[in-house]
Design a binder for this molecule. Structure first.
Ligand SMILES: Nc1ncnc2c1ncn2[C@@H]1O[C@H](COP(=O)(O)OP(=O)(O)OP(=O)(O)O)[C@@H](O)[C@H]1O
Ligand SMILES: [Mg+2]
Length: 261
């Protein structure tokens, strides 16, 4: 093979991220867990996708594999036009640094840094400077202009999560992965975060993938993918909270593997 390989766009390269026949197996023997069983998914650019499914269905595993935080047992993954399969540790680190943003349930801010330092940390590590205009837009949109010198312990949960959102957005990553970003927030703070994520997609063309257990949160997305037992079993576009709840009820009632009519 030539050195061109990593530059060659894979099929479906228009997607912000993509998995083809993705399997993830943890452990071996009696302790073996098959977390993902041949997942095929394309996450379109500039869209907000929610991933739902029961606890243990593989949502976080799928997200971690797509984000280069975990490796596939089998199958292909790409982020933008970069194929993750075959990247070494250094390549994966660069990919996470340059192309991916993260928002976690527990905020994951560094306690000794101010809000501003937390927001700029990933760029600083990458040796990059923020685009000043975009930085101001992000800070204003998340409503943090008067909190930039505060440390996480001096901020509410909702404000800390807004710092985490700003940190993910400021580098304009190819895709932002959010794992239950509103899971630790009261409903008002959660709604603020969801509206903010929605606006960053609609107004700024950001691509976001969000795991959630909450039908209302999922209704902010353009598309909802339903996982069960490591497989994609259903999806909805332009979801309403009622449609999501209805789909969850039906999936709960249906047997998963090898389901026949
Ligand atoms: N590092 C690991 N080692 C072994 N098994 C794991 C590991 N990570 C996840 N698993 C298993 O893989 C399966 C999928 O886990 P995953 O965390 O993706 O589920 P999830 O859908 O995100 O669940 P939740 O809604 O509870 O967060 C589970 O059975 C889990 O126990
Ligand atoms: Mg999870």
């Amino acid at each position: 093979m030539t050195s061109q390989v990593s530059d060659a766009p894979a099929a479906g390269a228009g997607a912000a991220a993509r998995a083809a026949d993705l399997w993830k197996v943890y452990g071996s023997g009696e302790a073996q867990v098959i977390a993902l069983r041949g997942v095929n998914v394309e996450l379109e650019r500039g869209r907000f996708t929610a991933i739902m499914g029961p606890s243990g269905s593989g949502k976080s595993t799928l997200m971690h594999c797509l984000a280069g935080l975990d490796t596939a047992t089998r199958g292909q993954i790409s982020v933008g036009d970069t194929a993750l399969t075959g990247l070494d540790d250094g390549g994966l680190t660069r990919l996470r640094r340059e192309k991916v943003g993260f928002i976690f349930q527990q905020f994951n801010l560094l306690p000794t840094l101010t809000a501003e330092e937390n927001i700029l940390l990933p760029l600083a590590i990458a040796g990059r400077k923020p685009d000043p205009e975009w930085y101001r837009t992000v800070i204003t949109t998340v409503g943090l202009a008067d909190r930039l010198t505060h440390r996480p312990s001096q901020l509410s949960g909702g404000q800390q999560q807004r710092v985490a959102c700003a940190r993910a957005l400021v580098s304009r990553p190819e895709v932002i992965f959010a794992d239950e970003p509103t899971g630790n927030l009261d409903s008002r703070s959660g709604a603020e975060i969801l509206n903010f994520l929605r606006r960053s997609v609609t107004e700024h063309g950001q691509t976001i993938v969000m795991v959630t257990h909450d039908a209302n949160a999922a209704s902010h997305a353009d598309r909802v993918i339903f996982l069960a037992d490591g497989q994609i079993v259903d999806e909805l576009t332009a979801p309403t909270a009622d449609a999501v709840l209805d789909r969850i009820k039906r999936l709960d009632a249906a047997p998963v593997a090898g389901a026949a009519e």
